[in-house]
Write a protein that binds this ligand. Sequence first.
Ligand code: PEP
Length: 260
Amino acid sequence: MRRERFIAGNWKMNKGASESLEFLRKLSVLLEQGEDIPDNVNMALFPQAVNIIPMADHIRSSGVNVLLGIQNIHCKPSGAFTGENSIPCAIEAGAKLALVGHSERRHIFREDDLLVSNKYLACLEQGIEPLLCVGETEEERNRGLTKDVIERQVSSVFSSDRVIMAEQERILIAYEPVWAIGTGMNATAGDARECCALIRDLLSGLGGPSLAARSLISYGGSVKSSNSEDYLEQEEIDGLLIGGASLDPDEFYRIICNAF
Ligand code: PEP
């Protein structure tokens, strides 16, 4: 049986509250007018943190079946950390998911493997579902280090004996090669499939085959509706994490429709 699908948009530092709500209104119309979306297709959006409350209110009242996630969290639930987002407050606002280890956090904000691993653990402890992003830079790819980087980034989170993997219903990971994010240079479907398969093998080794089998591994990096099917038809790729193309409701909807 096919695993669930996971189609998520990362809006990064884009869209104010009114634009975010306008997006949801347009998406609701498209979803109402189009074919029924099967229950196994999970749709998620990661807006700016300040827009989670109005979006969650809109989702509750309109019934549109979209999960909200927060783009960045702090490990501590509260305290003197000016400018950071607390997990309990994100949950109260309506977030169900949290991005952890996104390449922009790793490379622009210098988050290292230890911090990513601590953030992942904080998500589990404080009750929000983490979506871990991993992927190599262009230089690492040119040096033939893609697999080593993925292995290091995955195992630095899951080999920690503080992460009790077996207790997780599923694990969400996005393979996002850094050189493909926002560049228009997407990975080939074959390369993305190999990397997603490698991640599943790693999960199997770390947490057992059944956890690996029910985990959702997505690809991200310059996905648009015109190339989304190439990825989604690969057995090992369960979903997509989409940046730029997810800002347009028509485009996001077309990608959702390619998932079933
Ligand atoms: C991302 O931000 O995770 C991403 C994949 O961006 P884009 O689709 O724009 O490459």
